[in-house]
Design a protein around this ligand. Structure first.
Ligand code: 13P
Length: 255
């Protein structure tokens, strides 16, 4: 399947930035700039911004995502948010397994898998993040790390459910560091991810999955990264907090 047939998706991951008031301002500034996008446009925002963000983007082409979700329907999980809560207010996507969750909050492949399955069961579309640490790349085990994450994070996810999964390749050493993977490095790992999906499912299923690159993607490097065959979009941190920069990346993906 050629790249043009896959859905290009540019998603902002706002991380712990923007109050509801600021979220409304940013989305209002962004909406007219991305209105003509020929790709899917998503803003993944902090939990408390979700309701405001959904309201502010009603009638626009910007979809709203959360930055995590729990796997249980409800219960004694202080500080957590369920898939049902997200679904009810109109959230469509959810970022799962982000390296910051893995690094600072003890997220493991097992919990990423539980969250992924719960999100899919609730009708949310997970953006599952994978990526190697600098040390792992230096030790030449990038492929082993990625293969393991893909296999475990998607454990028990059916071929039918896979249609609603987006994979984000985010080399940890490139996140927030200003160090972007070269377009060739990004392509190499995104192609490897697709090959793993083909092994776990089949080639057709793998060819249909949108694979994003994330890690210091910005308006200056998006064109080159997105020109690669297996890089179908971007998961954008810092640059998603500036309407014009985010819109320029959306434009690059719309070509
Ligand atoms: P930066 O674009 O700030 O490097 O963040 C990337 C990221 O972690 C997106 O999820």
């Amino acid at each position: 399947m050629d790249k043009a047939k896959r859905k290009a998706i540019i998603a902002g991951n706002w991380k712990m930035n923007k109050t509801p008031k600021e979220a409304k301002e940013l989305l209002s500034a962004m909406a007219p700039l991305v209105a003509d996008a020929d790709c899917e446009v998503i803003a993944c925002v902090p939990y408390v911004d979700l309701a405001t963000a959904i309201e502010a983007t009603a009638g626009t082409n910007i979809k709203i995502g959360a930055e995590n979700c729990h796997w249980a329907e409800s219960g004694a999980f202080t500080g957590e948010i369920s898939t049902g809560m997200l679904k009810e207010i109109g959230v469509e996507y959810v970022v799962l397994g982000h390296s910051e969750r893995r690094q600072y909050f003890g997220e493991t492949d097992e919990t990423v898998n539980k969250r992924t399955k719960a999100a899919l069961a609730a009708g949310l579309k997970p953006i599952v993040c994978v990526g190697e640490l600098l040390w792992e790349r230096e030790c030449n085990i990038t492929e082993e790390v990625i293969a393991r994450q893909i296999k475990l994070d998607l454990w028990d996810v059916t071929e039918d459910e896979l249609k609603n999964v987006v994979i984000a390749y985010e080399p940890v050493w490139a996140i927030g560091t200003g160090k972007t993977a070269t377009a060739d490095q990004a392509e190499e790992v995104c192609a490897f991810i697709r090959a793993q999906l083909a092994k776990l499912y089949n080639q057709d299923a793998a060819d249909a999955v949108t694979i994003q690159y994330g890690g210091s993607m910005n308006d200056g490097n998006a064109d080159e990264l997105l020109s690669k065959t297996n890089v179908d979009g971007g998961l954008i941190g810092g640059a998603s907090l500036v309407a014009e920069k985010f819109a320029a990346i959306v434009k690059a993906a719309s070509k």
